[in-house]
Design a protein around this ligand. Structure first.
Ligand SMILES: Cc1ncc(COP(=O)(O)O)c(C=O)c1O
Length: 466
């Protein structure tokens, strides 16, 4: 049995990289070659910083040692992981938390009174408090753990939408929403008769906020918008949208999947009724996400799923329900994963979300880039007004042609290609697919240079006569 002290220390997390740093050990596994830190840097053309240069080391240089997966190469090229929009990598402390949960105190939560269950329950509820503090929720009871952001949106669509929408009502969305924020509302609209109203793009290629404002009327019952777009990298003015929506009594659901991992997000300041995010994009494990909902609103909602944990009393023909958040957490949750999310939050908080946000602004990386002015591609997500410009889209090149780059193209670069679960947006842009490079704080300027070289090589190859 793990001692209380050992258990407490297992839940502690800080980026060791910001303190001591040590080279990783080289181990060969399958086709992948793990690199020592020094070799990894030189393979990518990155000089290992000297002790004197230590203070000038970037956030990427300082933190990447915490992410062992980054320390490997494919076909002689160091991995450059630029698919963080799809999922982020996990620091060692998150993996350690998962290992310790399953090794030392795996047990169900809220059910047993034995020591393991009490410990698992404490850790699970402490993770909820960490999430609440991270997004500045008024109360940890406003945080519902879900499987992911998709489930959180479905929860609102079914639980709130099915009871509050009817024929003639309108749901306002933008064409840039992720499928996760569109399809659940299509289900609800088909069942209730409510209509979906889509906001298009401005000529600059970002969601048209004036059109959104104009669409709002007393028919609007909910506005479903992303905070930062997973394709465009643009950010919507949520506080304004909430103010306009509140005036007409409409609710606002914010899909914060691409903002919560990259910048400070304050749910009280934003003021939205609902906000969702996924752990796996914020350095936490897969299998867990969360919904933030204003407590009174959550309390007024019917359960989404029925089962153990979400009940107060069960009779033969009916049941009464627990208060939120339990009301919306039917069945055994992803316990270790939620605790792992708590560790990821500790890790991110230790670095500081403002620091992460400032570091990740893509235009800064690209100012001295060889890409500037030399590419036939159309780039989005690189403008100064793109608040969290994590995305770099090559709009004119077809998906098939970009596949070599997405697979690495001999440069070890991992980017995403396809429609990024945003088919309506791609159709509006008149393209089938795009390529997206999305960065996180553990990426470096040198990796951006490797990516830009890979992109240039791919474009040269595709546009050359052969
Ligand atoms: C903006 C946005 N919304 C929703 C999702 C869905 O997240 P998940 O698959 O974790 O539920 C994603 C994931 O790519 C996303 O980028």
């Amino acid at each position: 049995m793990v001692s209380a002290a050992a258990a407490a220390s297992s839940l502690r997390c800080f980026p060791p990289s910001l303190g001591n740093r040590g080279p990783g050990a080289a181990t060969a596994r399958g086709g992948l070659v793990r690199l020592s830190s020094r070799r990894a840097r030189s393979t990518a053309g990155v000089a290992a910083p000297s002790r004197e240069a230590e203070s000038a080391a970037s956030l990427g240089d300082l933190t990447r040692v915490d992410f062992p997966i980054l320390d490997q190469e494919f076909d002689g090229s160091k991995l450059v992981y630029f698919d963080n929009g799809a999922t982020s990598q996990k620091p060692s402390c998150v993996m350690k938390t998962l290992d310790e949960y399953y090794r030392f105190y795996n047990s169900n939560v809220h059910r047993g009174i034995h020591v393991l269950s009490a410990k698992a329950t404490d850790a699970y509820e402490s993770a909820r408090t960490k999430v609440a503090n991270f997004v500045n929720a008024a109360n940890s009871r406003e945080i519902v753990f879900t499987r992911n952001a998709t489930e959180a949106i479905n929860l609102v669509a079914y639980s709130w939408g099915m009871s509050n929408l009817k024929q003639g009502d309108e749901i306002v969305l933008t064409i840039a929403e992720h499928h996760s924020a569109i399809v659940p509302w299509q289900f609800v609209s088909q069942k209730t008769g409510a209509t979906l109203k889509y906001v298009g793009l401005t000529k600059e290629g970002v969601p048209d906020i004036e059109q959104l404002k104009g669409l709002l009327s007393n028919k609007t019952k909910i506005v479903v918008v992303h905070h930062v777009s997973n394709v465009l990298g643009s950010m919507l003015p949520i506080e304004d949208i909430v103010t306009w929506s509140n005036r007409i009594g409409a609710k606002v659901l914010v899909d914060a999947c691409q903002s919560v991992p990259h910048m400070p997000v304050d749910v009280q300041r934003l003021g939205a009724d609902f906000l969702v995010a996924s752990s796996h994009k914020m350095c936490g494990p897969t299998g867990v996400g969360f919904l933030h909902g204003k407590f009174d609103l959550l309390s007024s909602m019917e359960p989404f799923l029925g089962g153990g944990e979400m009940i107060a009393d069960v009779f033969q023909d009916k049941s009464t329900y627990a208060e939120p958040p339990s009301r919306f957490e039917a069945g055994t949750p992803a316990i270790g994963e939620a605790i792992g999310l708590g560790t990821a939050i500790d890790y991110l908080s230790q670095i500081g979300m403002q620091k992460i946000h400032e570091y990740e602004i893509l235009p800064k990386f690209l100012t001295s880039s060889p890409l500037t002015g030399s590419s036939p591609s159309t780039l989005t997500g690189t403008h100064a007004h793109h608040h969290s410009a994590q995305n770099l889209i090559n709009r004119r090149t077809a998906y098939g042609r970009l596949a070599p780059l997405a697979r690495g193209g001999g440069h070890g670069v991992a980017i995403r290609s396809g429609h990024h679960c945003a088919q309506i947006l791609h159709r509006t842009l008149g393209i089938n697919a795009s390529a997206r490079a999305s960065l996180h704080f553990y990426n470096t300027k040198e990796e951006v240079d490797v990516f830009v070289d890979a992109l240039k090589d791919t474009i040269d190859f595709l546009t050359s006569e052969h």
